[in-house]
Each structure stands twice: as structure tokens, then as C-alpha cells.
Design a binder for this molecule. Structure first.
Ligand code: DC
Length: 227
């Protein structure tokens, strides 16, 4: 029987989850699931098919019709809607603007949660990042991390990330987007952004990526040895 080990990393936008998760996964030889990318893919479906971001049942039906998947041969894994690679499309600002509304819908969360658990069942070792991975989707994770960072630092990181991918963005617009998403993500009734019980909290504001990942790796290796 394959023994599955899951490591969850939750936190708000811009706390460094994606970079940390990818590097940690590489260091420990795990798969890496970006659950936010799945919510973003649903937001692309809402735009493409002109579905109201609040229409959870219609979105969930569309997800089942078209299918969201990952191509694990890419690094990071490519996000597919049906056969179409939407890895770049999901990062655009119009998608960021509606994704929190989409992610608020219980029907959407239920469908994606099943898919996330299915993905985990196919990876013996998985690092998964998002908002509810340690609290709701994988409460059995061997280690749960919760990342925090100051708003100023988070804005700087997001702006740099978008500018590097060729997008012309102003930090004030990004700060507003982050604050707005924080508000929606922390106050929704289904799977809100919370620090999971027993999670290890890391503030990444003044630490390098290597320092954060080094600290996490020590904790994970210890947990894997004890398993
Ligand atoms: O991590 P991100 O910014 O790519 O996430 C996009 C949105 O998806 C974010 O507004 C919150 C939502 N999300 C969620 O509700 N649950 C998750 N597990 C991951 C992301």
C-alpha cells in the first residue's frame, strides 16, 4: 500500500506561498499543487462563458463539463481547461478581480476540494498551497504551515511578479486588489482563510526564500522520519 504524505501551506495573497511551495517540493522530491490556480481557472470559465461569478451551480457544472487538470511534466505544472493551457491567462488582473467571488461559492469549493483530494491520492508526497488546504481539505496533513507577511511587502512582491511577466501595473492598484481579496477570503463562510489548528506560523516579510524553505525543510524531514 502506498503511504501518502501531505504538507499544506496556507496564507494570504503575496505571502510567498507559491515560491516557497515550489522550492520546498523540489527539495524534498514532492509534487506541488497550486490550489489557487484551480480557483483562477474557474474564474476564466466564468469570463469565457459569461457566467456570473456568484452563480456557483452554473460554474460547478461548467467545471465538470470542461475539466480542470494539470500537466505535471511542466515545472511548475501547467494549468489546463479541457485541452487549453491557461497558465498565463489565470494570472491576469481581470481574473484576480473576480476570483474571490468565484471562490466564495460553496458549489465551486466542493467540486475543487474533491479534485484536490483526488490529485493527492495520486501523489505519494505532495506539497499543496492555498487558503484552506490544512484547515478543510487535508486536516490529516503531516505538517501544516501558515505564512504571513506585511501588506507592504506583499504588495511589492505581487507588483514585481506581474511586472516581470510584462504587465503594466501600479502598486496602489495591487495593494487594493490584495486588501479586497483578503477581506473576501477571510470572511466567507465556506473554507475561509484561517490559520489551521496546530499549524507552524512563519512570517516571511524579512526572510529570504532560502531561509524560509530551509526552516520548513527541517520541520518536514523531522516529521517524515517520525512517520
Ligand atoms: O493564491 P492565489 O492568489 O492564486 O488564489 C486565488 C484566489 O483563490 C484567492 O482569492 C483565494 C482563492 N483560493 C481559495 O479560496 N482557496 C484555496 N485553497 C486557494 C485559493
Amino acid at each position: 500500500m502506498t503511504v501518502h504524505s501531505i504538507i499544506t501551506i496556507d496564507g494570504a495573497a503575496g505571502t510567498g506561498k507559491s515560491s516557497v511551495a515550489q522550492l520546498l517540493a523540489k527539495e524534498i522530491g514532492a509534487g506541488c499543487l497550486d490550489s489557487g490556480a484551480m480557483y483562477r481557472a474557474v474564474a476564466v470559465l466564468a469570463k469565457d462563458f459569461d457566467i456570473e461569478p456568484k452563480d456557483g451551480p452554473a460554474l460547478a457544472t461548467k467545471v465538470n463539463d470542461i475539466g480542470i487538470s494539470f500537466n505535471w511534466d511542466n515545472d511548475p505544472p501547467a494549468v489546463l481547461l479541457g485541452e487549453r493551457d491557461v497558465s498565463e491567462r489565470i494570472r491576469e488582473l481581470d481574473i484576480s478581480g473576480i476570483v474571490s467571488s468565484v471562490a466564495k461559492q460553496p458549489e465551486v469549493r466542493a467540486v475543487l476540494m474533491d479534485q484536490q483530494r483526488d490529485i493527492a491520492s495520486r501523489h505519494p508526497l505532495l506539497v499543496t498551497e492555498g487558503r484552506d488546504q490544512g484547515s478543510v481539505v487535508f486536516p490529516e496533513a503531516i505538517v501544516r504551515f501558515f505564512l504571513e507577511a506585511d501588506l507592504e511587502e506583499r504588495t511589492k512582491r505581487r507588483t514585481k511578479q506581474l511586472q516581470e511577466s510584462g504587465k503594466d501595473v501600479h502598486p496602489d492598484v495591487i495593494a487594493e486588489d490584495i486588501k479586497n481579496r483578503d477581506r473576501i477570503d477571510t470572511t466567507r463562510s465556506d473554507g475561509p482563510l484561517i490559520c489551521p489548528e496546530g499549524a507552524i506560523v512563519i512570517n516571511t516579510s524579512h526572510q529570504s526564500l532560502a531561509e524560509v524553505v530551509g526552516e520548513m525543510e527541517r520541520v518536514v524531514n523531522e516529521a517524515l522520519e517520525l512517520k
